[in-house]
Design a protein around this ligand. Structure first.
Ligand code: GLN
Length: 284
């Protein structure tokens, strides 16, 4: 069958679940990953065809997509901040909002003086996307990442190798940690922050397939991770050291209060591209 013809069929078959634009983007992601063909190749050669056995792969992927399994898990990879990351059901799929947090940190902390070393800690690193993209873009930084999930740490370690950076990943439950072992210039975290009461807003592809451990917190203690991390940071940030968080969009005000009450200075709340309060920073 001509690939172009199959594209139409693919989009139609997924139409009850995804709009044509999204289905088409899946089509090209799969085409590139499984057949090493890009959109331009298809545009330039209308005669490209699939063989009978190619459909073994495509049929299975369509079956999974109909169940709303995220395409990133099906392909086992995604792009974050221009880098390729392995993702699987043990780690959250990196979000564009988190790229904005990384961008903020890189912009504020790039130092042309390469001899000035800094130390960064990423808490709840998951796939390692924050830690690795910082290591890649801040060459004078020694970067550490911790996570409570062994499988996440293993994934993050593979991602560091894949991206050719040196990041130290350690298995650690932050809620059970009484003190960090050394001082840092930057501590960053995108901890679980979705309240159970917000579950209704969460799409099926997230709710059914992404790790709840990385997403949800109790309604009555939604800032548990932030309080804990901020208090550890208070003791372990160097002078003028900075703390950056990705946050729940509904809790911007509460987060400002939390940091100011803990004596963090220059507290700054920022919105993401969707105009939601999404990240915050303070220094000691
Ligand atoms: N932004 C993610 C979502 O909306 C949540 C990430 C998190 O809990 N840290 O699904």
């Amino acid at each position: 069958m001509k690939i172009k013809q199959y594209r139409t069929q693919f989009i139609k078959e997924l139409s009850p679940f995804y709009d044509a634009y999204e289905a088409e983007s899946f089509f090209y992601l799969i085409l590139e990953e499984k057949h090493k063909l890009r959109q331009i190749d298809l545009a330039l050669n209308h005669e490209l065809t699939f063989e009978e056995n190619d459909f073994v792969i495509w049929d299975e992927l369509v079956r999974q997509l109909k169940k709303e399994v995220p395409i990133q898990y099906l392909l086992g990879k995604t792009n974050f901040y221009g880098l390729d990351f392995e993702v699987n059901e043990n780690v959250l799929i990196p979000r564009p909002e988190t790229e904005e947090l990384v961008e903020w940190i890189i912009n504020e902390n790039s130092n042309p003086d390469k001899s000035k070393k800094i130390k960064i800690l990423d808490i709840g690193t998951g796939s390692g996307c924050i830690a690795i993209s910082l290591a890649k873009n801040l060459p004078n930084a020694a970067v550490f990442g911790i996570d409570v999930s062994k499988k996440a740490i293993e994934t993050a370690k593979r991602n560091a190798v894949k991206n050719n950076v040196d990041v130290t990943f350690v298995l650690l439950d932050i809620l059970e940690t009484e003190e960090l072992r050394c001082n840092f210039d930057i501590i960053v975290s995108n901890p679980p922050y979705v309240r159970n009461l917000e579950k209704e807003e969460i799409k099926k592809n997230v709710l059914d397939y992404e790790p709840h451990l990385a997403l949800f917190v109790e309604d009555n203690d939604a800032l548990i991770f932030y309080r804990k991390i901020a208090s550890l940071a208070q003791k372990r940030l160097f002078e003028k050291g900075k703390l950056y968080f990705e946050i729940n969009q509904y809790l911007g005000k509460e987060m400002i209060e939390l940091l100011e009450n803990m004596d963090f200075k220059n507290v700054e709340l920022r919105k993401d591209i969707y105009d939601n309060d999404r990240m915050i920073k303070g220094n000691i």
